[in-house]
Structure formats: C-alpha cells, structure tokens
Design a binder for this molecule. Structure first.
Ligand code: XLS
Ligand code: NI
Ligand code: NI
Length: 437
C-alpha cells in the first residue's frame, strides 16, 4: 500500500529545476569529516507531519489524508505509522520524534491508553526494522488534555502531578523500547497566567522534583538516552518557566540537575524570547549544554510559534556554525518541529516542505564549514581579544590581580586606543560566503 504518489527524493544538484529533488542536501557528501547525513541527523516530527490537520483558532481541518480514511481510531493510528515510514523512506530522513499521543490516541483510562501505546509501538518497531529509520527522541504530551489546564508538574492539583508522572514513566519506557537516543521535556503548560493565583516557589520546586524522578527512573530502567529540556518563553501560558537557555541552565543548577540534562533549542522559541537562534545555541555551547535542535522558523511579523519550515539560509548558516563549533551532533539532530501552512493541504506539500528545510540546512552547513575552515570569525576574534594574551590582560584572565593592582595599573598607564568592531565588514564577508560557497 502506497500513500504518496511521489518518487523517492534524490539529490540532483543546484541546477535542477525539479521541485521534488534535493538541490543542496547530498547525504553522502563529506563536510568537515562527516557525511551530510551524519552532520545533519534530520528527523521528522510525528505531530506536525501526521497529526496536524490544519486547524487554526478560526477554522477546522483543511487536511484530509488518505491514511486517515477510517472511523476506527486504532486503525487510523496504524495506517499513520505506515504512511510516516513511507514518507521518511522516500525523503531519506533517518530519524523521527514523537509524543505519546501522536502515535496512539488517548483512551478513557490510563491503563487502556498504555495498552494502545504498546500495540502501536510494536508496529513502529516493525517499520523501524524494515527501513533502518531510528528514533531521535520521544516525549510526553502533558498539556493538551483538559486535566492539564493548570500545568502538569507545576499544576496546583497534586493528582494531576501524579498523572503526569505516570504518563512520563510510560513515555520513557516506550522511548527506550524504540531505542530513542534522547528524551525531551518541553514544559507545555509549565508556567502561569497570573501571579495573583500562583505559588511560583512551590511550582518550580515541583517541576524540579518531577525531573529528578525522571532522572531516577531513567537510571532504574537503564535508559541511556540524553534527557533534554526545550526552552520556550511563552505560549501556551503567558510566562513559561523554561523561558530561554539561560533561565533553564540557572534552574538546573539551582536544583543540582545540570549533570543530567542538556538543552533542545528550537529556532522559533529563541525568537519568541527576543533572541536569535544563534544566541541560544551559543549560550548552550559555551556552557557545554547543547543537546539537540528543533528546526523551524517564525514569522517576524507574527508574535507566536508559527513553526514554519526553515528557509532562511542566513539563520541556518549561523546555527550550523555554532553546532560545528560545538563539535557537531553526537546524540542530537535537526528535528523539523515545523508544519506546512494551513493552505498547503496536499500530501505532496509535505515533501516540498521537508525538501526546502533540508536543503536550507545543508546549504547552511556548507557555508558554516567554509567559514570555519577559513577561520573567518575566529581570526578576527583572536585579534580583537589579543590584549588578554599578555601584560595586564594576561594577569586578569589568570586571576592574578584584584582591584588594588588594577587601580595601580590604571593610574600608571591609562587605557590604549580602542579599535573598530568592524561589524559591517564581518556582515559583508558573511554575505559573500553565503552567496559564493
Ligand atoms: C512547542 C514545542 C513542542 C515540543 C515537543 O512549541 O516546540 O513541539 O518540541 O513537545
Ligand atoms: Ni519543539
Ligand atoms: Ni515550538
């Protein structure tokens, strides 16, 4: 049974006019010592690709998929697995990511829901064995159902906390069963709407408690995947506790959890926090906390998580630059947490969207590699900070001086002349690499 009337997508090079072909993503091409496939580690998001049907606040579904063409919920879920693996195979996508509820619909009771998950996990395992496609990460949806109206780990209702823990427990078990390389915590409704009714101290302590339990349980069941936290500043709640990378790292350190987690940085969450994508990756990199990436882009005119497929080469170049500087992905990858627009409701639009995203990152990878090989910014920075290589600068960074010595130095020597930051020159060079590599 085939659901897509689209041939397998191949690399045809930048001259190709075939929309159903890669122009830049050439999986076996070596870039900085690894194949593009291993540098990018692309993943399909199960939710946006197979359970998002085009709803928006003003209207219902626009996408009516042939694999959903049955009233039986479980039959639908099984056919979706087949469609998803056909899609990934044709797209040459080596990984997928999922929430528990993406793969199996919730039932009336937790027990029944878990049984449904077991049925679908079996089907997924068969497809994984058939295709060699792997699981990049699993996660729990503890935000969609009405019981999570006030959050999950940060709910004011202790029985909801317990339910969320039970759901995470099962999701970790199935992620392990599927050989997941990571497990993600995105704090769906872990935040608040108003401080007038919120005990932030207790809520944050409880969030840490939930994460500590997850660490303990991962150890208990021998789950060796990396645990990841995905920051987001707002949406669905007005204020999310995992605001941005710096906030999450401070939280992890406060609760002594920093050794057990890394971060999953999403491009559109970075911009919602008024940061660039590169900034968030950079903050993780310098703290040794970069785990994985949710690849998408927002719309600069809109203030929400539009989750569009990435098409901005400038951003993907600077993202890949940070990722390569970090040594490249080990367990992480580029998960397209991206969805086609509501108006792009044809099945083949899914292919075009992923091709656009994969090509944009492949191109960014090549430009970033060229920038690094030529040490364009590294040489400039080395020169810019050269005053710390000798004299008083050397003493400062080797912690040999305090205020008294520095006062004596300043009284005696004053300051040397500053030099230009040359921002425009660097932007000009960056453009040249983007256009010429
Ligand atoms: C929502 C998040 C979500 C996580 C997984 O904004 O990006 O999709 O990646 O729960
Ligand atoms: Ni995400
Ligand atoms: Ni998001």
């Amino acid at each position: 049974m085939s659901y897509f009337d689209v041939p397998a997508i191949k690399y045809e090079g930048p001259k190709s006019k075939n929309p159903f072909a890669f122009k830049y993503y050439n999986p076996e091409e070596i870039v900085m010592g690894k194949t593009m496939k291993d540098q990018c580690r692309f993943a399909m998001s199960y939710w946006h690709t197979f359970t998002y049907m085009g709803k928006d606040p003003f209207g219902g579904d626009t996408m009516f998929r042939p694999w959903d063409n049955t009233a039986d919920e479980m039959e639908k879920a099984i056919e979706r697995v087949h469609a998803a693996f056909e899609f990934m195979e044709k797209m040459q996508i080596p990984f997928f990511c999922f929430h528990d509820v993406d793969i199996a619909p919730r039932a009336a009771t937790l027990k029944e829901t878990n049984e449904r998950l077991d049925v679908i996990v079996k089907v997924i395992k068969e497809e994984m064995a058939r295709t060699g496609i792997k699981c990049l990460w699993g996660t729990t949806n503890a935000f969609g159902d009405d019981k999570f109206v006030h959050g999950a780990g940060t709910s004011c209702n202790a029985t909801v906390f317990a339910y969320a823990a039970a759901q995470i427990k099962k999701a970790m078990e199935i992620t392990k069963e599927l050989g997941g390389v990571n497990y993600v915590f995105w704090g769906g409704r872990e935040g608040y709407e108003t401080l007038l009714n919120t005990d932030t101290g207790l809520e944050l302590d409880n969030l840490a408690r939930l994460l500590r339990m997850a660490v303990d349980y991962a150890k208990e069941i021998g789950f060796e995947g990396q645990l990841l936290i995905e920051p987001k500043p707002k949406e669905p709640t007005k204020h999310q506790y995992d605001f941005d990378a710096a906030t999450v790292m401070a939280f992890l350190r406060k609760y002594d959890l920093q050794d057990y987690f890394k971060l999953n940085i999403e491009a559109n969450h970075a911009t919602l926090a008024q940061h660039t994508f590169q900034h968030e990756l950079n903050m993780c990199r310098i703290n040794g906390m970069l785990g994985s990436v949710d690849a998408n882009q927002g719309d600069p005119m809109l203030g929400w998580d539009t989750d569009q497929f990435p098409t901005n080469v400038y951003d993907t170049t600077l993202a890949m630059y940070e990722i390569l500087l970090d040594g490249g992905f080990t367990k992480g990858g580029l998960n397209f947490d991206s969805k086609v627009r509501r108006g792009s409701f044809q099945e083949d639009d899914l292919f075009l969207a992923y091709i656009a995203g994969m090509d944009t990152f492949a191109r960014g990878l090549k430009v970033a590699a060229a920038l690094l090989e030529d040490k364009v910014f590294e040489n400039f920075k080395a020169e810019r900070y050269a005053s710390y290589k000798e004299g008083i600068g050397y003493d400062i960074i080797h912690d040999r001086v305090g205020f008294k010595e520095l006062e004596a130095y300043a009284l005696e020597n004053g300051v040397t002349k500053n030099t230009s930051g040359r921002q425009e020159m660097l932007e000009m060079i960056l453009n040249q690499y983007i256009m010429e590599v």
